[in-house]
Design a binder for this molecule. Sequence first.
Ligand code: SF4
Ligand code: SF4
Length: 269
Amino acid sequence: MTSREFKELAQGMGVDLIGVAPVARFALFSPEASPLAIQPQTRSVIVLGFSIPRGSLQGLEMGTAGYTLGMGIPGAVALETTYQLCRRIENEGWEATPVFQQAGDMRRQGVAVSPDKPEPNVILEFDFAAHAAGLGEIGRGKWLLTPEFGPRQMLTIILTDAELQPDEPFSGSVCDNCGKCAEACPAGALKADALHCAPLCEGEACWYPLHIESCRVCKTGISRLPYSTGSEPFRLGAACGRACVAHLEDSGKLTRAFASRFRPDEKEA
Ligand code: SF4
Ligand code: SF4
């Protein structure tokens, strides 16, 4: 199976974003976050993105119905599609390991099976993987932004020993450092007057320092990642995430356009 054939297959199954990175791009990670600590034969890291409907944020925007986002987060669909794609890869004779996004605080929850192995669970850095596979960048709000959907997607990963033609790491720009995510946070959890930076496979990502403890108790629309028992929240539905959606759409940064504005009553910047 070629990279192109795999992408056509995945697109046909409804995957919105598909990128491939060679495992060498993950060399900067310790075993606790390394694909090779999950599947040692990994050659290619496939990152799949599933869009979260914009409309599922509207109940939170109205302040009347937070559960609408729960319906919009494509947990079951992403799981089923990723599973089916793994089967199709394995039909070709290559091994495929499905990996779902987990809260980072799920690391080191168990006992290492031997001194040379990391403690379970190994948790991959999905946003870094998406950058390495060419899908998007880590914005100042400390989340993945893609040119198609901004912060509105959920990711899964497939690790495979198939050597697929890789995509280039993402080199575009989505975040414009507007500070709207920080402005929107009632707890002041994002500090727009400073930056925290971390290396990528090429270059580095910088985001506003985030006081995650405030987010864990945020009442503006956080949710949990599907299938994760960790406590690190998914922040798209919170005030910070929705402010980013509104800003990126109004500034024409996203390729996915809508007939109506996300916040029709808000004055355009
Ligand atoms: S999740 Fe809540 S507390 Fe955390 S940055 Fe967003 S708005 Fe602030
Ligand atoms: S709201 Fe502005 S600064 Fe924050 S992540 Fe979005 S584009 Fe970047």
